[in-house]
Design a protein around this ligand. Structure first.
Ligand SMILES: Nc1ncnc2c1ncn2[C@@H]1O[C@H](COP(=O)(O)OP(=O)(O)OP(=O)(O)O)[C@@H](O)[C@H]1O
Ligand SMILES: [Mg+2]
Length: 462
């Protein structure tokens, strides 16, 4: 057997050292170096024009791309429309997909459902779990639709056993739940440590590519929301999916953070039910239906990938003795909220300096786009002034980025957002200038507040 060499890898930046140090020389972080054993690099395979293997050091003729034989990839449909769309049309054979998400979000449910559908379609599948016993997996499968009970399972944490089983069974699609629970016996360090996770992912990748197995690797996320384990894991795999939402809420969103075979702008919305995860195709209708007509509520016409999505943004502004007062943001970026509050105070006459501000995107949805700025501003202004946005029975809709000088800036796909808001009869639809017909266009935040809330009586303005 080839001799393994020892290296110490930084979990924060991936920097490598031959010896252990308390502090990483790459990023300066303390206690981040973890031991890792490396097998020597495999002999180089000639990628040259002749198609034969070259001896190391021997020159190889590069090939013109036009002469390279293209391979037709038949994607494997998981039967879950939202998942297939986020993947870019289905799973690519031999590819590695990393699915991250916080505990209890539904990673095992989603992957079990996908395998069940694939098994039902006659594909060879395998579900490897290091977290749950076969009996526990069966319990979940019993409440899932499709052929979830036909999926062969392996409850195992030893990497060598898993790899040997994969090699013997040759599934077309395999789920490893989770990458943090597998353990390579020839490495020191507990399962889930940087060195272990990297080794596990590396060896699974090599086998998956060699045997054309599409692998769905389930990964845990840290408290901060990033994928646990070394960053290199994200470079190693072909596709990184993030399953997010709040466990207590029913809605969950699936996004691609990286995708070698498709766009990263797509997102899928799911709802957790008794019978497993159900795709929510009419998410806008749900969120608009649930939107309240009260001060502090507006509808944001957001984009989830290439699809428009209407979500309710709510704000509560309450006098506070705290210094500094509280700023709580759920579903939007906290720094973005700080910016919007500063511009509201400086350029639109809505000061919230001595009040706690809570902003929430209803339904547990997360919107990470500058287009949400205007909705946050309108919701906060509406809550501060105690007036309902819009005059009609339907809620108002809006979108637009807010600049530091109080101007409204255009965001992507204004026409699709407008059409979606108009479809549900929302009015007015407050937008930056140039959005199109039917929009209440505003050049500045001050104009937008006037369009959305009307002229506030001076006495009620904060
Ligand atoms: N009978 C049920 N009806 C509705 N929802 C359920 C039911 N049983 C379980 N759930 C939901 O499924 C979630 C667990 O899903 P799952 O085990 O797929 O999550 P996970 O992301 O794999 O979690 P972990 O990180 O712990 O492995 C629970 O949080 C719960 O909300
Ligand atoms: Mg799980």
């Amino acid at each position: 057997m080839a001799r393994l060499t020892t290296v110490f890898t930084c979990s924060a930046c991936g920097h490598e050292e031959p010896k252990w140090h308390g502090r990483c020389a790459g990023c300066g972080e303390w206690n981040t170096l973890a031991e890792e054993k490396r097998a020597p690099a495999p002999a180089r395979r000639g990628g040259g024009g002749g198609g034969r293997s070259a001896e190391p050091g021997e020159a190889v003729r590069p090939v013109r791309l036009a002469e390279v034989q293209a391979i037709q990839v038949a994607r494997l449909q998981t039967g879950i429309g939202e998942l297939d769309r986020v993947l870019g049309g289905g799973l690519v054979p031999g590819s590695l997909v990393l699915l991250g998400g916080s505990p209890g979000i539904g990673k095992s449910t989603l992957t079990s459902m996908a395998l069940g559908n694939l098994a039902g379609a006659g594909r060879r599948t395998l579900y490897v779990s290091g977290e749950e016993s076969a009996a526990q997996i069966k319990l979940r499968a019993e409440r899932l639709p499709g052929a979830a009970l036909d999926v062969p399972v392996l409850a195992e944490t030893d990497l060598d056993t898993v790899l040997a089983t994969l090699d013997a069974e040759r599934p077309e699609v395999c789920v490893i739940d989770s990458v943090q629970t597998l353990h390579a016996g020839d490495l020191t360090g507990a399962a889930g440590s940087v060195g272990q996770v990297r080794e596990v992912a590396d060896r699974i990748t090599r086998l998956a590519k060699a045997r054309d197995i599409a692998v769905l690797l389930v990964g845990h996320v840290t408290k901060e929301g990033s994928l646990a384990g070394p960053r290199v894991l994200e470079h190693l795999v072909d596709c990184v999916l993030q399953f997010e939402g709040e466990r207590e809420r029913t809605y969950r969103t699936l996004r691609a953070l990286k995708n070698r075979f498709g766009s990263t702008s797509e997102a899928g919305v799911f709802e957790m039910r008794q019978g497993g995860l159900v795709e929510v195709q009419d998410a806008s209708a749900r969120f608009v239906g649930e939107a309240t007509r009260a001060p502090g509520s507006v509808v944001l016409a957001a984009m989830e990938g290439s699809r428009p999505l209407l979500v309710e943004v709510q704000a509560l502004v309450s006098p506070s003795e705290l210094v500094p007062p509280r700023r709580v943001a759920n579903g939007i970026d906290r720094n973005r909220l700080a910016l919007v509050l500063a511009v509201l105070g400086r350029h639109a006459g809505v000061g919230v300096g001595s009040a706690d501000v809570f902003v929430n995107v209803a339904g547990g949805v997360r919107v990470d786009e500058p287009g949400a700025d205007l909705a946050v501003a309108l919701a906060v202004a509406s809550a501060t002034r105690g007036i309902v946005a819009g005059a009609g029975a339907r809620p108002i809709a809006c979108f637009g980025e807010i600049g530091l000088t109080g101007e409204l800036r255009t965001v992507a796909h204004p026409e699709r957002r407008l059409a979606e808001a108009a479809k549900f009869g929302l009015a007015p639809i407050v937008t930056p200038a140039g959005a199109g017909r039917g929009a209440a266009e505003a050049a500045t935040l001050r104009d937008a507040l006037r369009a959305g809330l009307g002229a506030a009586p001076a006495a009620r303005a904060a």
